[in-house]
Design a protein around this ligand. Structure first.
Ligand code: 13P
Length: 249
């Protein structure tokens, strides 16, 4: 069975609540699609107004992070139950910016992935190598470790429903998209890793996105690759171009 494509915008730390609603209104008519899942992953404070603004559309709301505890004395954190109550269906976990600036590790990402599943939120788990790692030829070793630890104690049935985003760090926000061959090669490697950890059926079902300077010009070729099931889009998700990325065909 063919995997359904999923195109998600990661707004990062952009858009105030009122700006967020204005952007949703602008993008709504442009991202209509029957065969692509569309997700807007927005800053926590924008979730409630965005969830209201997307009602009745094909757009699902995602968060950009989540804590792995249920509740309690964790000043500044947001719990899975809070996200669910606000209408969140997806959560980006382990983005390279969170790993770099907020000390997230494969282990904390794994705790968050497990917690998201407990609450019925679909994780979009990110992985990706630095330029240095690519140049040293350790890309796939590094990513396999990120994926294997991130998925510890995740069942095959859970893994089948989740999303993995391959985002080479050197391609994020740099305007340097990985070549189609580079992106396909790593996404295929991730799928092979899933087959090893679980089985072929799980590897066939899991959706793997590419992210890193995806734009309207590069999306069609990237998304046509056998192992690339859509994209996680940063900068271009804040522009009308996002509609072209969703409707890449
Ligand atoms: P850009 O599309 O701005 O390179 O960002 C990619 C990204 O980090 C999405 O999560």
């Amino acid at each position: 069975m063919a995997r359904r494509k999923i195109v998600a915008g990661n707004w990062k730390m952009n858009k105030t609540p009122s700006e967020a609603v204005a952007l949703v209104e602008e993008l709504k008519p442009l991202v209509v699609s029957d065969d692509v899942d569309v997700v807007f992953c927005v800053p926590a404070i924008d979730i409630i107004p965005v969830a209201e603004a997307v009602k009745g559309t094909n757009i699902e709301v995602g968060a950009e992070n989540m804590y792995f505890e249920e509740k309690g004395a964790y000043t500044g954190e947001i719990s899975p139950a809070m996200l669910v109550d606000a209408g969140v269906k997806y959560v980006v976990l382990g983005h390279s910016e969170r790993r770099e600036y907020f000390a997230e590790t494969n282990e904390t990402v794994n705790k968050k992935v497990l917690k998201a599943f407990e609450h019925g939120i679909t994780p979009i788990m990110c992985c990706g190598e630095s330029l240095e790692q690519r140049e040293q030829g350790v890309t796939m070793d590094f990513i396999r470790q990120q994926v294997k630890v991130g998925l510890q104690n995740v069942t095959a049935d859970q893994a089948k429903t989740m999303v993995i985003a391959y985002e080479p760090i050197w391609a994020i926000g740099t305007g340097k998209t990985a070549t189609t061959e580079q992106a396909q090669e790593v996404c295929a490697g991730i799928r092979a890793c899933i087959a090893e950890v679980y089985d072929d059926a799980t590897a066939e079902a899991i959706r793997i996105q590419y992210g890193g300077s995806v734009n309207a010009a590069t999306a069609p070729e990237l998304f046509a690759q056998a192992d690339i099931d859509g994209g996680l889009v940063g900068g271009a998700a804040l522009k009308p171009d996002f509609g072209k990325i969703v409707n890449y065909k």
